[in-house]
Ligand binder design. Structure first.
Ligand code: ADP
Ligand code: MG
Length: 691
């Protein structure tokens, strides 16, 4: 329940002075529906209204002048404005006024009087003008003009200055709240109180105050980060209180490993022992295993399944696409079957008697491992003793979907796998409620993919090379991006590319895209995997997990449009064997600086974790990483990059709080509840949490 003290902040914006039915929708667009949202608006720049001389007037600038009123030019028709000629010793300016109040101008500012005028200078046909000055006052009342004025986000019909007045009113309506931060810490970090921070936010004294590094902004960012970390720590603690079956390390996993033609990397070993630690703890596991494509996550998960099987339980492995589910099945089914384990593949394509048979095997427990797609969490699918759920490409699934699968057993353990490496600094932000293992080591014996950036103008050259390579038996992916708003025109682009390549390379060119049915996609993929096709033109459907070991060439069109992480994953489709592989990043010149640097990073390294860190540093922004889709929260004050030092502190702080005061009943605990309400982190959490 929301504490009463917060009611004024959670009131609708119509409770603000001057916000009626016309303004409300506009303000809502700028800020949000609540007074709190207006309170949280942040000025993005400052207007300095220090007086200047007319000789220094600059087109487009907001400036202030002390002038003498020289003459009035009244309008001839209603639609014309009043024009007022003013001057100082260095030049002239025309003030322009439309509307009915303009008639009173001459009375209020008679010819010969001196006025301070402030507003935006524009070059017009007849010289410099100022349309509707923001201020026009007697120099004796210079105090009416703020020397520094923060500029707020605005929208059509709602100018920044009105928005500012609403923000100021919201600030006035803000009740005093109990301090939720540790007083000693605030003093040490030299951070202001919450109220002082907000006051400063809305009354910045200098440009430095607009920086996210300014103490008051850091304070607000820290509040937000702590609210979030606290919610995640609480969830994690709640999960740990849920008892789950203890699953010991068994012999099957040992035998499965012994059968593998390779030894685990150190990172795989560490991930498996992390998982085993969880499985034996008697608490429900929620562990994220992060690692590049091909880093060997699936075999690690298979060993965990081995332990579950030994303990008499069932495991489910869920993949986002049919193709991927099939490949997983083909990977893990033979080794498991060799030890007498029943493995079933269930996808949307299973129908009729075959499907009934599989569903029956899952219900009876005859199927100890079930691999599948979304088909797995349909209602008719009941498990005999589901104990472990493994989710591949976890960001492709909604929380509700994962929970529906987990609900098919009791206190089911979860392994989420992700091939989108997240920078360390962001791990806590995105997965603070999960335990994380990183597989940051590649299996030995892989040659790095030679990566080049090539301008589109040299397309013919690339096609000619491709022709040679194909003639000597190579296989290639050719990726066309999904860039436009319309899927259809992207599709058309991919179709054109396939046709153009066919004209050169002949029939061994296939096309796969999102509009094909599952069966059609699989058929094309199968043709490619079995080397009946040499070139596979694809929209980004191959992004996830597809394994074609013979493919050694990856060509990506309009590479500058892809996020770094996505490019990295696409490139991961090749270079899976020991043969030399190549990746060509085709781009439309000119490249922006950032795009150039991003392509450079990709050429220099193939470590997904390094790439993720660099991408974040470059600040092509979270979106280049696809972070937003993968669950990076939309903070108001906190910037996961700028405030990265605060994230770790907030995480530690949150853990300590949950440890000492799990129910938040202490004085600080109660203040922290107010903080959580303020930032909505309780309600929003279920939607974002990954476990
Ligand atoms: P991921 O799921 O992380 O993409 P996989 O588990 O599918 O990776 O492994 C990719 C390929 O590498 C598979 O063919 C797998 O058998 C092989 N592999 C896994 N671990 C090792 C290892 N330690 N040494 C050599 N090959 C490995
Ligand atoms: Mg995989």
């Amino acid at each position: 329940m929301r504490p009463e003290i917060l009611f004024p902040l959670f009131a609708p914006i119509t409770s603000l002075k001057g916000v009626g039915p016309r303004v409300a929708p506009l303000l809502e667009r700028v800020a949000g529906p609540l007074v709190r949202d207006v309170l949280w608006l942040q000025p993005h720049s400052l207007i300095h209204r220090t007086p200047a001389t007319l000789a220094d007037a600059l087109d487009g600038q907001i400036m202030t002048f002390e002038v003498v009123i020289e003459a009035y030019q009244r309008p001839h028709t209603k639609s014309q404005p009043w024009r007022v000629r003013v001057s100082d010793t260095t030049g002239f300016l025309t003030l322009v006024f439309f509307g009915r109040f303009a008639d009173q101008l001459e009375q209020r500012h008679p010819v010969g009087s001196v006025r301070l005028v402030s507003g935006k200078v524009e070059d017009a046909q007849y010289g410099r003008q100022m349309l509707h000055p923001d201020y026009m006052v007697d120099p004796q009342k210079a105090g009416d003009i703020p020397e520094i004025e923060p500029v707020y986000p605005a929208t059509e019909g709602l100018p920044a200055r009105r928005v500012r007045s609403f923000a100021v009113d919201a600030l006035e309506k803000t009740p005093p709240l109990p301090e939720w931060q540790d007083a000693a810490w605030l003093a040490r970090e030299k951070l202001p109180s919450w109220r002082d921070a907000l006051d400063r936010l809305h009354a910045p004294l200098s440009d430095a105050d607009l920086s996210p590094l300014a103490p008051h902004r850091r304070r607000l960012a820290y509040d937000e980060l702590l609210a979030h970390q606290l919610a995640m720590a609480q969830r994690k603690a709640a999960r740990r209180r849920e008892p789950a079956a203890k699953i010991p390390a068994g012999d099957l996993a040992r035998r499965l490993r012994a059968d593998l033609p390779f030894a685990f990397t150190g990172a795989q070993d560490r991930a498996l022992s992390d998982i085993r630690g969880d499985l034996q703890a008697g608490e429900r596991m929620s562990r994220l295993v992060q690692g590049d494509v091909g880093s060997g996550k699936t075999v690690v998960a298979m060993c965990a399944m081995g332990d579950v099987i030994d303990a008499g339980g069932q495991s489910a492995l869920m993949a986002p696409t049919e193709i991927l589910a099939r490949q997983h099945f083909e990977t893990i089914s033979p080794p498991l079957a060799a030890h007498g384990v029943g493995v079933v593949l269930l996808t949307g394509r299973d129908k009729g008697a075959a499907r009934r048979e599989k569903v029956a095997a899952i219900a009876s427990g005859a199927a100890q491992v079930v691999v599948g797609t979304h088909a797995l969490f349909q209602e008719e699918v009941a498990f005999h003793a589901l104990q472990l759920v493994v989710i591949d490409e976890q960001h492709r699934f909604g929380v509700a979907e994962r929970q529906r699968l987990q609900a098919k057993g009791q206190a089911v353990h979860l392994i989420a796998m992700s091939a989108t490496p997240i920078p360390r600094t962001l791990e806590l932000t995105m997965y603070g409620d999960l335990d994380v293992s990183r597989i940051d080591e590649k299996p030995p014996g892989r040659t790095p993919v030679a990566t080049r950036a090539v301008p589109m103008g040299r397309l013919d050259q690339i096609v000619a090379r491709l022709q040679d390579a194909v003639a000597s038996g190579a296989q290639a992916f050719w990726i066309c991006p999904l860039v436009s708003e319309s899927e259809l025109s992207d599709l058309a682009a991919a179709e054109m590319r396939a046709l153009a390549l066919k004209a050169v390379l002949g029939d061994r060119v296939g096309l796969v895209h999102g509009k094909l049915t599952g069966a059609e996609k699989d058929a094309v993929m199968a043709d490619f995997a079995d080397n009946r096709l040499s070139v596979l033109v694809a929209t980004t459907v191959v992004e996830v997990g597809v394994n074609v070991p013979n493919a050694t060439i990856m060509i990506i069109e309009q590479a500058e449009r892809f996020g770094l992480a996505q490019l990295h994953q696409l490139r991961g489709r090749v270079g899976r064997g020991s043969r030399e592989s190549a990746c060509v990043l085709l781009y439309d010149p000119p490249l922006s600086d950032t795009a150039q640097q991003r392509l450079d990073i990709l050429r220099r390294t193939d470590d997904g974790f390094v790439i993720a860190e660099k991408d974040l540093e470059l600040r092509g922004g979270g979106d280049a990483l696809g972070l937003r889709q993968s669950g990076l929260p939309d903070y108001v004050f906190a910037d996961p990059f700028v405030h990265r030092d605060l994230i770790a502190t907030a995480g530690d702080d949150a853990r300590l709080i949950v440890h000492r005061d799990p129910e938040l009943t202490s004085e600080r605990g109660q203040a922290l509840r107010v903080l959580q309400e303020l930032f909505d982190w309780k309600a929003g959490l279920a939607l974002r949490d990954a476990g």
